[in-house]
Design a protein around this ligand. Structure first.
Ligand SMILES: [Fe+2]
Length: 205
């Protein structure tokens, strides 16, 4: 099966019987990834495959179809299992690798595409990961020949803007899937969602 678009990736998840909560998680990470790649492309002179990032965002946790307990608890069995599952379906290694690299971004051989999928998987819920963001900023500075401090100022604004929408995405996530939070998304975004719930309730009346 050829995966050329996000829609192809979502269709594959459905064929693989991904549960609604897992589908929703991938859709929300894709949303964050779309904003992330759009801003990074427009602000920095960089060559990277934005479509590949979106496809990675749409499939990165597919191993949780086999290990559904890792949707609500910790565990990393879904990483290599997801990669093998996609390879066994004839999906290319450059796509299948996101199942592993989205969690193992600290490895040395990761690409900017790998790092952006990992970052979208944090920012969707409003989570800021300083170590991961530093890796992304250093990578951009190196590739674009810009001072790290200049990249930081621009990139930090992009990351914060996407993270600020985290509470909305978290609410959509739990409301659309029966108020069952995805993994530790609510605990990591808890302070923001507590502030946001009264506002959201008022707005949605
Ligand atoms: Fe994820």
């Amino acid at each position: 099966m050829k995966i050329k678009t996000v829609q192809d990736a979502i269709e594959l998840l459905k064929i693989l019987n991904a549960p609604p909560r897992l589908l929703m998680h991938h859709k929300l990470v894709v949303e964050a990834a779309q904003k992330l790649v759009k801003e990074i492309k427009s602000r920095f002179n960089l060559k990277f495959d934005a479509n590949l990032v979106l496809i990675g965002a749409a499939l990165h946790d597919c191993g949780k179809i086999v290990y559904p307990q890792e949707m609500t608890g910790s565990g990393n069995q879904h990483e290599s299992t997801g990669e093998q599952m996609l390879l066994s379906k004839g999906i290319s290694p450059e796509i299948a690798r996101f199942c592993r690299t989205h969690a193992q971004w600290a490895e040395t051989d990761v690409t900017l595409e790998d790092l952006l999928v990992s970052l979208a998987d944090k920012l969707w819920k409003g989570c800021r990961d300083k170590a991961l963001e530093s890796r992304v900023i250093n990578h951009i500075a190196q590739e674009s020949n810009l001072p790290t401090c200049k990249v930081f100022v621009e990139a930090d604004l992009v990351f914060e803007t996407i993270a600020l929408e985290g509470p909305t995405r978290l609410l959509r996530s739990v409301m659309d899937t029966g108020f069952e939070p995805y993994h530790n998304s609510l605990s990591e975004g808890f302070s923001k969602i507590v502030i946001y719930i009264p506002f959201y309730t008022k707005m949605s009346r």
